[in-house]
Design a protein around this ligand. Sequence first.
Ligand code: AMP
Length: 553
Amino acid sequence: MSADRYRAAGWWRPERVDDLVLRHAEALADRCAIVQEQRRMTYRQLTVAVDSTAARLRLLGLRAPEPVLLQLPNSIELLVLALALMRAGCPPVLAMPTLRGHELSPVIATLRPAALAVPPRSRAFDHTEMARRLIGEHDCVRTLLAWEDLHALCAPGHGEAARVHTPHPQDIALHLLSSGTTGPPKGIPRTHEAFTSVIRAASEVSALDRDSVYLAAIPVTHSFAFGHPGVLGTLAGGGRVVLARSADPAHCLDLVERERVTHCALVPGLAAQWLTELRDHPRDVSSLRVLQVGGAQLDPAAARRLATGLDCAVQQVYGMSEGLLCFTRLDDPDDLAATTQGRPAAPGDELRVVDHAGRTAPPGTVGELWTRGPSTITAYAADVRPPEAFGPGGFYRTGDLVRLDDACNVTVVGRVKDVINRSGEKIPAGDLEALLLRHPAVCAAAVVAMPHPLHGEAVCAVVVASGSGDDVPRLRELRDFLRAQGIAPFKLPDRVEVVAALPVTGVGKVDKARLRRTVAALVAAGRPDPAGQTAGGQESPSSSRSAAAGVSS
Ligand code: AMP
């Protein structure tokens, strides 16, 4: 059994995530652990809050091993609740605030959470109303943890709260959600022993220690900012976490200056905006030591511009919520750090590059990356192993096209999975195409990536109209239609092209490579889409800064 091997090698240790994260709490009791706006929480307050909250969750009737879905913005409440749930043996399911019913309903059906915690109502969207609807559809959910009640639920109590449950290190600590390559997200179960090994390895290569100040600029519900190494790695190192209320570069850079931030993780689009913001409004960012950039392709020239412009180490991160995490090292030569996405952080992770038939590709050539080892899951929740995700030998098929050098440094050059990576947020094409086909004016649809100056890639829907003349589907109408189907706003098409027929390959499949070339040429020529202009925006405008967050809030 590979799990026994990982334990024997010491890669998996008998420890729990909440214990690892709070291991310095006694020694650093009066040091600040978390900052959110004007609120500051010490390590002592954090520990008491976690224990008090775990006890209150029990009073609410939640029992191990019932999961609880957390769809919360960056907040002290999110961190306290996640740690309390792990301590109570009720695995938190981390869901991005951008997800909607279309994505969440299948997750709830599979993981069967007993409670949902949702963000406050905003002008753009009413999460409470969505949660009520989901509760009506899924009888497993007994409790709505409304935002208004979370402050009291997560406050430090008076007196010592007894530890309510001590999960086993082999128990599931939490569920992350996959970005979904063929459909809605799938649950990624992470045990305490496996997740702590990832946190430890990622923290070490990021040089997180007691002097570190980590800015959570992107949503903490994404694994990159949660435990890769993110806020959990920072706390496990005895450092301080600063929670940004949004990924807006001006807000984040104000926080860097005010809190003397040393570490931050960003997607490439946001990192580029930091330079623009600093050029227009200079600030003192001399405290910055490490800027981690990942989630989407960072071009080597952009990596060099960032390192010079911010005068700090730019650490490329390539990985996935399913487990594998590669980092360039802080002492790597500049050229390697700019041109590769690094090598695995954890010992024992195997990388294999394969050709289209699943055979090992010759060294140095491009192929799909398969991985297995202590960092990576061997099945999704409910033991689901779709063949496009798991290959022979228990390898996880990343769907990414890479090249490896002799030292196992990964360079990502493309992907075989039919997914659009819009500022780090992944849009499975097939999922969107199926929804577009429900529209009465659409009789065929193909969704492809188009180049975008801010997001790297944006979503172009190429459709064949059922009718003619007035029945041609227009962008606004299709976006409204898709929104009404309950999909996440970042998946809405940015552009629609209406064609007479979709091009097909020799074997009769839609020729997406050709469509991508055609759309890229139209974008390069600056031709507006005839079906109603390129989208001005998502629920918050895509031209606005915060929408480039990939992992946008
Ligand atoms: P997620 O599970 O949401 O973190 O998405 C993982 C996927 O994001 C990977 O399989 C890649 O397709 C993509 N990805 C992550 N980091 C990078 C990177 N540094 N360069 C290119 N693609 C990346």
